[in-house]
Design a protein around this ligand. Structure first.
Ligand code: NAG
Ligand code: NAG
Length: 389
């Protein structure tokens, strides 16, 4: 079960689970990576353009809801596989902000790997059926505690303020208001706490009808309200190529969007998976608009997208992910694709200034009428006081 740590005094008082020796050792070993920053519509590592070349990492699947960064017996063998692949980012969907993550985060840093984290978890998230009710103090405390737990690691690349909250039903677009308010609050919290500027953005579902409106919405309004990047999930590359998959259109549509964009999930599985889409993702056809993506996904789960099988990982609700790792044929295929299509050198034709979008107007695919965001709940403000601006 996940539990949200309370902030400040309570958060500081949470015991570090693990022997002092182990903590000390991992602290001494900690590698500091250059933080990932955003300029214009691209990511940077120092002065170098940075492309996301990674995997989605959710051993046990969504229903198991385990925190793979809390258990070295889970993360360490996988980090060895990540090194073999040569990836530079993983996305983790669910973490427990009340436990220690030093060993896994430091081992990832040693491997040069950054982490993009979902700040929500199944227990604390915006409920699309009741967005107003779920945007409350207890929810925000959990989100802020996750920020507190990961802000100290140089390889925390970004936080997702929400994942696929908006779906294809018109009503679900109403939830975007509360996700965007959370996105705003997270940025304000990071600033108020004096943390380094860790990027915050939304991960949108693969929904054609409202994708552009969602993208515009998260990049409209004041600078405090606009996201630092936009990400969406895309499964359209099935036995296809740049033009037939429609990715050429997705470049056209997002040209001039004004923020960095990456694919937070990609990798159709109805085809023979050779991950040939990496050629386009790393090609000048796309790099002026896109900054790479995350292949869904590392472990083989019931939905059949994995490249590594964990022995016993599907038993008992997926609670034990410490079994033997077996590479499936797709592991070698993905590894070959990464090697064949490296990150391009140079600036990839990015745009050096950010631009905002006009907020979308309501229509048959978008239900939000007004652009003002809900105020942060008084209670959440109090929790952070006197830090809150
Ligand atoms: C959308 O919301 C309206 C008003 O609350 C409701 O009557 C309708 O059933 C909802 N539709 C869906 C598809 O949820
Ligand atoms: C680049 O775009 C051109 C023109 O749309 C297309 O013919 C070509 O296949 C694309 N190449 C890659 C690697 O995406």
């Amino acid at each position: 079960m996940k539990s949200a740590a309370l902030l400040s005094a309570a958060a500081a008082a949470i015991a570090v689970h693990g022997s002092p020796t182990a903590t000390l050792r991992s602290k001494q070993r900690a590698t500091e990576l250059d933080p990932i920053t955003a300029t214009g519509n691209a990511f940077f590592k120092g002065s170098e353009r940075f492309y996301v070349r990674g995997v989605d990492y959710q051993p046990g699947g969504a229903s198991a809801n385990i925190d793979p960064l809390a258990n070295p017996d889970v993360c360490l063998p996988d980090i060895e596989k990540f090194k073999t692949l040569g990836i530079n980012v993983i996305r983790v969907y669910s973490t427990d902000n009340s436990v220690d993550h030093d060993e896994c985060m430091n081992a990832l840093a040693d491997a040069g790997i950054y982490v993009v984290l979902d700040a929500n978890n199944p227990k604390y998230s915006i409920n699309r059926a009741d967005p107003h009710g779920s945007y409350n103090t207890v929810y925000l405390q959990s989100v802020f505690a996750t920020i507190d737990a990961f802000a100290k690691y140089s390889n925390t690349m970004a936080f997702f303020s929400g994942n696929e909250v908006v779906h294809d039903h018109l009503n679900t677009t109403l939830a975007a208001k509360y996700v965007k308010a959370t996105d705003r609050d997270m940025r304000a919290y990071i600033k108020a706490r004096g943390y380094r500027k860790i990027l915050v953005g939304y991960s949108a579902a693969d929904v054609t009808t409202n994708r552009m409106q969602t993208a515009a919405y998260f990049n409209c309004g004041s600078d405090e309200e606009r996201s630092d990047f936009f990400a969406f999930n895309d499964y359209s590359w099935c036995t296809s190529d740049f033009v037939r998959s429609g990715w050429d259109k997705k470049v056209e549509l997002f040209t001039g969007y004004g923020l960095p964009i990456f694919l937070s999930e990609y990798g159709c599985n109805t085809n023979e998976r050779n991950f040939g889409e990496l050629e386009s993702l790393m090609h000048s056809n796309m790099t002026s608009v896109y900054s790479g993506g995350l292949m869904y996904e590392y472990t083989m789960e019931a939905n059949k997208y994995g490249i590594v099988e964990i022995e016993g990982g599907q038993e008992n609700g997926g609670k034990d992910q410490t079994g033997e790792r077996k590479e499936l044929p797709e592991f070698a295929a993905f590894s070959s694709a990464l090697a064949a299509y490296p990150a391009p050198t140079g600036d990839g034709g990015y745009t050096s200034t950010t631009t905002s979008q006009a907020c979308p107007t309501a229509d048959e695919h978008w239900a939000i009428e007004e652009t003002t965001l809900p105020e942060i709940p008084e209670g959440a403000k109090k929790v952070c006081s006197p830090l809150w601006p």
